[in-house]
Design a protein around this ligand. Structure first.
Ligand SMILES: Cc1cc2nc3c(=O)[nH]c(=O)nc-3n(C[C@H](O)[C@H](O)[C@H](O)COP(=O)(O)OP(=O)(O)OC[C@H]3O[C@@H](n4cnc5c(N)ncnc54)[C@H](O)[C@@H]3O)c2cc1C
Length: 508
């Protein structure tokens, strides 16, 4: 490629994976990031033994709660982290591959829900991403969840063997929870080995063809006057307040699901400014969410010495309505060691405190439910109100409808059926259906589809209308899948970067 740079926006897991792929292929990359630092915290692991490992929850005070106008459920949440590494600085690091059917189930419902890619398209990228980030997990593929390539093998805890047997009778599977693990020995200031962005940035910064500009809040794409292509991006230097421009041969948006959507909406034509056409009106539409519900039970079992965790899959595809399902992370033991149980975080999230005592055997079914995408669920720009950067305020219009609540109720029945079939005595302790956005798994607002009437992006994440603009975070998802989205978004980001590498000469 010539001297032209690829401009990437966002230093979270997806932006840094794209940057890594391009830089390794010899491309010049400039990465623009609105934030400027990352939360430091010593992490010491010696030969797989955790000596000092701050739980990521302890450093999550850096999450911001941006202003937005709420057009739907008044409790809707939007989490953002303007810092190097993005939300990947404190995510749970749970990584699950989508199964082949996750890309095809939508076709059973409507042509609008056809992904333009198949599992086989992503498989090599799942492999590459997993090798890069280091995954600990199970090695057995089950029909609804392909195994990751793991560097450390994990089994279902012995204490869960009854549950595993019960799951099989219910057409679900209980498997180890795959998570980003990193190396066996770590002495690092990075708070979590799952902090993919920071780990990759540390390596990228040593490459001469990579440039990071932090404190650069991207406002909009700037288009060429004469051709359907982006010339680069405009950004606000947050230190000087100056409006700047970064030219690029191609632009890769990886600013987080709503962050990338905000940039594209700001780039649309209007007020005498020429820009992205959005004639189909699709940008910002089809917002979907992994609905989150926390079902906690006291269980009549001997107390545990340590917390345990496993993943309960969705049911077999033949046993569930397409696009409507649930999957669960199951936590057992002292809840003060479990995600979402930390009192401070719960306070930050606006969740009610939990009251479980150390030593009890309690089971938390962290339920992730799918939403059938609807055009009416959306994000858009406020006509007059501005955000802290002077940009139009984002409006979020979403809520959980009757069908969604039924999906979550099915999930609760599945959790209770699991314990019943396992022969475990239980009683509900805390049943909480959380508002939209709680899982931090929004998606769909810049969706992929072969047909430009149904999607903004093609099969390689380039915009149908502006082929040198790529969107690689989970806003590109065509349908909502119950599995945590970030591994798939990273694989998609790597695949889009690979496409750019192969086709840079033919970009407009
Ligand atoms: C507590 C918690 C636990 C989670 N656990 C999991 C999990 O176990 N598994 C899972 O799959 N997912 C999980 N997630 C979700 C996961 O963190 C996100 O899906 C993931 O970080 C998305 O990666 P990304 O690179 O697309 O975006 P982000 O990580 O959000 O990064 C986007 C970056 O873009 C920057 N940015 C935004 N706007 C602009 C702009 N205009 N200009 C310049 N820069 C900009 C931001 O500052 C940020 O650094 C969790 C999230 C949270 C908060």
């Amino acid at each position: 490629m010539s001297d032209d740079r690829v401009v990437i926006v966002g230093s979270g897991p997806t932006g840094t994976i794209a940057a890594w792929t391009l830089v390794r292929a010899g491309f010049k990359v400039t990465l623009l990031e609105s934030g400027c630092s990352f939360p430091k915290h010593l992490h010491v692991r010696l030969c797989d033994r955790e000596i000092y490992c701050p739980y990521a929850l302890e450093i999550r005070d850096r999450v911001t709660y941006p202003h937005f106008e709420n057009l739907g459920d008044p409790l809707t949440r939007w989490f953002k982290a303007h810092l190097l590494g993005g939300l990947g600085s404190f995510w749970g690091g749970v990584v699950l591959r989508f199964a082949a059917e996750d890309f095809t189930q939508g076709e059973l419902v409507s042509q609008r829900f056809c992904w333009p890619i198949r599992y086989e398209d992503l498989e090599p990228y799942y492999n590459r991403v997993e090798q890069l980030i280091g995954v600990r997990g199970g090695t057995r593929s089950v029909p609804v969840l392909p195994a990751c390539q793991v560097s450390r093998v994990l089994d279902v805890p012995q204490e869960f063997s009854d549950l595993a047997a019960a799951a099989a009778k219910l057409d679900r599977w209980l498997v180890p929870t795959n998570h980003v693990y990193g190396n066996s020995t770590i002495l690092s200031q990075i708070p979590s080995p799952a902090n993919v962005g920071i780990r990759l940035l540390a390596r990228l910064r040593r490459c001469k063809n990579f440039r990071l500009i932090s404190n650069a809040h991207v406002t909009r794409l700037q288009l060429h006057q004469t051709k359907a292509a982006a010339a680069g991006v405009e950004y606000i230097d947050r230190q000087s307040g100056e409006l700047c421009f970064q030219a690029g041969k191609a632009v890769v948006l990886a600013a987080g699901q709503l962050g990338s959507t905000h940039i594209l909406l700001n780039s649309c034509s209007g007020n005498g400014v020429s820009g992205v056409d959005n004639a189909s009106g699709l940008i910002g539409r089809y917002l979907h969410d992994n609905m989150y519900a926390a079902y906690t039970y006291d269980v009549d079992r001997p107390p545990l010495k340590q917390s345990l965790m496993s993943y309960l899959t969705r049911p077999d595809y033949a046993k569930a309505e397409p696009l409507r399902t649930t999957g669960f992370q199951i936590y057992a033991g002292a809840l003060d060691k479990k995600p979402l149980a930390n009192a401070k975080l719960r306070g930050n999230l606006g969740l009610a405190p939990q009251s479980l005592q150390e030593g009890e055997f309690s089971l938390l079914f962290a339920c992730f439910g799918t939403q059938v995408p609807q055009e009416s669920r959306h994000v858009s720009l406020h006509p007059t109100a501005k955000d802290e950067y002077g940009l139009p305020l984002l409006r979020i219009g979403t809520c959980q409808d009757r069908q969604d609540l039924e999906t979550l109720a099915d999930g609760r029945r599945a959790a209770e059926a699991l314990m019943e079939v396992a022969g475990w005595q239980f009683r509900p302790k805390n049943i909480a259906i959380e508002p939209p956005g709680t899982s931090v798994h929004f998606g769909g607002t810049i969706r992929m589809h072969d047909n430009p009437n149904f999607g903004v992006l093609n099969a390689f994440n380039a915009m149908h209308d502006i082929p040198n603009v790529f969107v690689v975070d989970a806003s590109c998802f065509t349908t909502c899948v119950e599995k945590n989205p970030t591994l798939t978004a990273m694989a998609i980001a790597m695949r889009a970067a690979d496409f750019l590498i192969r086709n840079s000469a033919s970009l407009p």
